[in-house]
Every structure is written in C-alpha cells, then in structure tokens.
Design a protein around this ligand. Structure first.
Ligand code: AMP
Length: 287
C-alpha cells in the first residue's frame, strides 16, 4: 500500500514543505502546484494537497498516513496524532491581544462577558476556562485583527510571528497561549503498520534539515599544523586527513562544521597556512 502524505496546498507552510520533500529526493514533477493529488510511482508515495487546518483531521481518520501542518492546527483539532518531527519553520505564537487603548492589559483584567474573536475557538475556550474567565467566543475564519475596530469583539486570539500586523491594527499582546512551528504528524495505526516507509521519509527530511545547518570544508593544510587544526575542529572524530601524492609537507583535510562558524573556521585555516579552502553545501547528512 502506498504511503499517503498530506501537505498544505497553499499558504505559509506550502512552499517550504514542497522544497523539503524535493530535497529529500521525492520526484514532484513541475506541475505539482496545480494538482490536488500526486502519485510518485518510484517511491510508492501519494501526496495530497489540502488545507493546513484540515490535515490533523485527515491524519486522525487515517485517510492519510502522515501530514505536515502547524502545531497550532494540531492543538485546535483536539486530536493527538504522533508528532514525528519538528520542522523548524512556520514559527508563530498564538496570543491574546487587546486594543492598545483598552483597559485590558493582562488576563487578570479581563472581565466576564468579554467578547473574543478568533479562528481558534477550541484552544481559546480551553484557555479561558483554565483561567476561570467566562468569555464569549466569536468564530471568524480570518482577519481577527480588525474585529475590535469593527465592534465585533473586545479582544482577539490570533497567530503572530513578527507582531507587525498587531501593531498596524493598534493591538497589544497581553498573553501567549502557545508557540507553534510546522511538524510532521502521523496516524497512530499507520506509524505501526507502515513503520519502515514512514521512518524512511522522516529521516530523509531530518537529514535535509541537518545538512542545512552544516557546511563541508575541504582544504590543503601543512602537515606540521595538524595538531592545531585538530583543536580547531574538536568533533567526535576530528577532520578526515588524506595524503596528497605530490606533496610531502601538505595533507588534505575534510571536515563538517556548523554553518554559523564558517567565517572563523576559514580564517583560522588560512592563518595556519591552508590552501585551496573550499566550502560546500551538502544536500543530506545522516549523522
Ligand atoms: P495558512 O493559513 O495556510 O497560511 O497556514 C497558516 C499556518 O501557518 C498556521 O496555522 C501556522 O501554523 C503557520 N504560520 C506561521 N506564521 C504565521 C503567522 N504569522 N500567521 C498565521 N499563520 C502562521
């Protein structure tokens, strides 16, 4: 049986999800953007393009085996799928925000009967129940930010990443309900029944994410400086050292470094007399 994967068909999570799948080695043909359904014969995988907010439901019912969506959507759905991998993008926070001019400055100062507009009614209900506030929730499918201005609600619960939309709408954050990022979720039965196939795709994506944080360095270095060079790269095994056939004094090294250390690493190597320093981006890295 083919492995069925649901991914967001548009919106903030779509592009990066497709990019990760392609980098992982799935052959999505160039027409993927216009399709709702894609069969990848070679790997026996079916991809369904659906709305991010519907994905927890599809995974829960077993209509798909795994899916990519936001943790906010998983929480709102109320389902408890397996979280197979956090994907490191789509970061946002679900916050309570009130008009800057409002007297409401904290959860404590919210009085019973306050009207809240949100597209996350379930999370909002639970949150205010936990905080022992009797509020009225109005379910909107988008543009919650303008609801106080329109007189529809007193405050809102909405997603924020930079905070600029709130500012533009003269709203101030008063509490964070949850943090969210994109995740791969799995149907509990599928995770058992299709264990191997699911592990293959999850570890492929994991290796792409890991490779993106690293760089591969190749350089020719003076052999007598190897002591200092080993100290520069104190990883588990240190650099790989290769003989250069035409040279007695130089050896070639290969080493994987954290991307954010590339400036220091290249400069240090240069100062130790390295030549032909090459930094390469890797596609996948399985540690
Ligand atoms: P979409 O509605 O398809 O654009 O997808 C929305 C999903 O993108 C949300 O459920 C979040 O998981 C994620 N996301 C990340 N940052 C934001 C943001 N600033 N506003 C809304 N959604 C965000």
């Amino acid at each position: 049986m083919a492995l069925r994967i649901a991914i967001p068909n548009k919106g903030r999570l779509n592009e990066r999800t497709v990019e990760l799948l392609i980098k992982s080695g799935l052959e999505l043909d160039e027409n993927w953007g216009r399709k709702l359904f894609l069969k990848i014969e070679k790997q026996d995988i079916e991809i369904l393009f659906v709305r991010a907010q519907d994905i927890p439901e599809f995974v829960n019912s077993g209509s798909v085996d795994i899916g990519v969506t936001g943790e906010d959507q998983v929480a709102e759905s109320g389902f408890k799928p397996e979280i197979l991998l956090k994907l490191g993008f789509g970061f946002c926070r679900l916050v309570v925000a009130a008009p800057e001019k409002s007297k409401i400055k904290s959860i404590k100062s919210i009085s019973n009967g306050t009207i809240i507009a949100t597209s996350f009614p379930n999370i909002t209900k639970k949150y205010f129940e936990k905080n022992k506030k009797k509020v009225e929730i109005i379910n909107v499918s988008g543009a919650a930010e303008i609801m106080p201005y329109m007189g529809v609600s007193d405050i809102i619960v909405d997603l924020v990443s930079t905070g600029s939309t709130l500012k533009t709408n003269r709203l101030a954050e008063i509490a964070t309900i949850m943090n969210s990022e994109a995740v791969i979720i799995g149907n509990k039965k599928s995770v058992k029944a299709k264990k191997e196939k699911i592990e293959e795709i999850v570890s492929a994506i994991e290796s792409v994410l890991y490779a993106e944080t690293k760089l591969f360095i190749v350089a020719d270095v003076p052999s007598k400086k190897m002591g200092q060079i080993n100290k520069l790269f104190p990883g588990v095994a240190g650099p790989t050292v290769i003989e250069i056939s035409q040279s007695k004094d130089m050896v070639a090294i290969q080493v994987v470094i954290d991307k954010d250390k590339v400036y220091e690493s290249v400069n240090s190597l240069r100062k130790l007399g390295a030549k032909g320093i090459l930094t390469l981006q890797m596609e996948r890295l399985v540690p």
